[in-house]
Write a protein that binds this ligand. Structure first.
Ligand code: MG
Length: 439
């Protein structure tokens, strides 16, 4: 094209109508600068003896703030102090839009990084920053992560029975409520049910521990028989799960998974403690029982080899325990490449903000496998409007911008934290000789 013809072409280009031009300008101009003005820490029992810690990050734009969860009921005071005295002052004046940069720099700010308290603090910040970004964009966070990959997030229900008949009844109740995925625990006394010798019974050391005593071989013998009975009664359509809570040691974990294979489990959770992850290679060699692992993981080097060596089928971190949405999204992407799925932990002690953070990663990730359910009483829905809702086995977010929920500070303040018995410690299970059983 010669110079004269090029000039003619320019002259023939239609002028953009004024209104369209304004609209284009509005959509392409940069957002005005934003800074973090305040970091508030909000604790509450939710009226139900929860031990929740939330962070609220306020920005220089009036009314624009974000909320995050630091869910870890066992170290509440340490997390509150770390947020109030350390992270909060460090964040003031920074740009909340630089989520990845803040995630990195906040993580290295303590020099010694990772670990539960650091991760909880990081997660609370991270969720609040994503909340702010989504509100600013006028979009739910999942839109910023690439949009929905599914219509809703499937959840697994919790069922349990003191005996085989009541276990079947609990599974049938879950099915009637619309759940396709049901975790079945057995016996009384929490996790490890089916493996405890009653208090005072059995052959014990003189003058020693007399409480309920966990016995690995008893557990390995009991639980497969329970699932044999449940499968015989409810068939193979419901997808059944079971959580061992790290109670077994190496070869017993291998044998347990081998014995559970006929019952076509959706997954067995935490059959080994994080200190014994190498045994997953042995499990893979003897059976195809799917493995879900990682509720207590706090460091990437716990889950990275399990995923990249395809030794597990579901990674099961709590989003608030690994550093928030930013890290959960990276884990999900790693899982996608290696054919592993996500099963983010929620659990009964956990809060709606952590649940919603999980939801945004779940619904936008191809690697999603399942989400643990958690339902909240009416006063929590009032205190945290926009809570995700579970209907017929699926979790639905609010679709509002950001995380999609809010926190009524006045209502939260009406339910202060209650004193923690035993300093808030997780209970310690013991074996017949009084030695500690890993949780
Ligand atoms: Mg668990």
């Amino acid at each position: 094209m010669n110079r004269r013809n090029f000039a003619k072409t320019l002259a023939a280009t239609p002028v953009m109508p004024a209104l369209a031009n304004q609209e284009y300008e509005k959509r392409t101009r940069g957002l005005p600068p934003l800074t973090i003005k305040d970091v508030k820490v909000i604790t509450t029992s939710g009226g139900r003896r929860y031990r929740w810690v939330f962070v609220k990050i306020l920005t220089s734009e009036p009314g624009l703030y974000g909320i995050g969860s630091a869910a870890n009921q066992y170290q509440v005071d340490a997390i509150v102090a770390a947020l109030e005295k350390s992270l909060g002052p460090w964040l003031i004046g920074k740009d909340p839009g630089r989520i990845e940069d803040l995630w990195q720099s906040a993580g290295f700010r303590t020099y010694w990084r990772q670990g539960p308290v650091n991760n909880n603090v990081l997660a609370a910040m991270d969720m609040a920053l994503w909340d702010i970004k989504g509100k600013r964009a006028g979009m739910p966070v999942y839109e910023l992560l690439g949009g929905k990959t599914r219509d809703a997030v499937a959840c697994y229900d919790h069922a349990g029975g003191r005996d085989r008949e009541s276990a079947v009844a609990a599974v049938e109740k879950s099915i009637s409520q619309g759940f396709r995925h049901i975790r079945v625990q057995y016996g009384s006394g929490g996790y490890g049910g089916g493996g405890f010798i009653p208090p005072g019974k059995g052959s014990r050391p003189e003058g020693g521990y007399s409480g309920p005593a966990f016995d690995e071989e008893l557990y390995v013998d009991t639980i497969p028989k329970v699932f044999d009975y449940v499968r015989a009664k409810v068939g193979f359509e419901p997808k059944l799960l079971h959580d061992v809570h790290s109670h077994l040691s190496g070869i017993n974990a291998v044998e347990f998974c081998r014995r559970m294979q006929p019952y076509q489990m959706f997954f067995i959770e935490d059959v080994l403690p994080p200190e014994q992850l190498a045994w997953y290679r042995q499990i893979r060699q003897v059976c195809a029982t799917p493995q879900a692992v990682g509720e207590v993981f706090a460091h990437p080097y716990e889950y990275i080899p399990l995923i990249t060596e395809r030794l597990i089928d579901f990674v099961r971190c709590r989003v608030a325990a690994i550093g928030g949405i930013t890290q959960a999204r990276k884990i999900a992407t790693l899982c996608e490449f290696f054919g592993v799925r996500t099963a983010f932990q929620e659990g009964g002690d956990n809060d709606p903000v952590n649940q919603m953070a999980s939801y945004h990663v779940d619904i936008s990730s191809t690697a999603f496998g399942i989400q643990e359910e958690n339902q909240f009483p009416p006063q929590v829905h009032e205190m945290i409007p926009g809570c995700a809702q579970i209907r017929s086995g699926y979790l639905y977010g609010s679709d509002r911008p950001g995380l999609g929920l809010d926190l009524n500070e006045q209502l939260a303040a009406k339910h202060p934290l209650e004193p923690f018995p035993r300093g808030g410690a997780y209970q310690t299970d013991r074996a017949m000789d009084g030695s500690v059983v890993k949780p």
